[in-house]
Design a protein. Sequence first.
Length: 69
Amino acid sequence: MKPIYWLVALPVIAFFSGGWLTGVAPTFVLGIPFLLFWNVVWMVLTGLILMLIDRKHPLSPGDAQGGEQ
């Protein structure tokens, strides 16, 4: 397995660590509750991580090697 695919584990770890961080983090961030802020940030980061993995995947459409049929 390529090391870039281990990035998929980051959102899962972040999801489960958010509840633990609520006891340590400030109550509100940018005027919204910390847990809501945490989930929204990781929702955006999850999309970016998956886009990065898709771009680095050897068979993504647009590569000269494959993906086109």
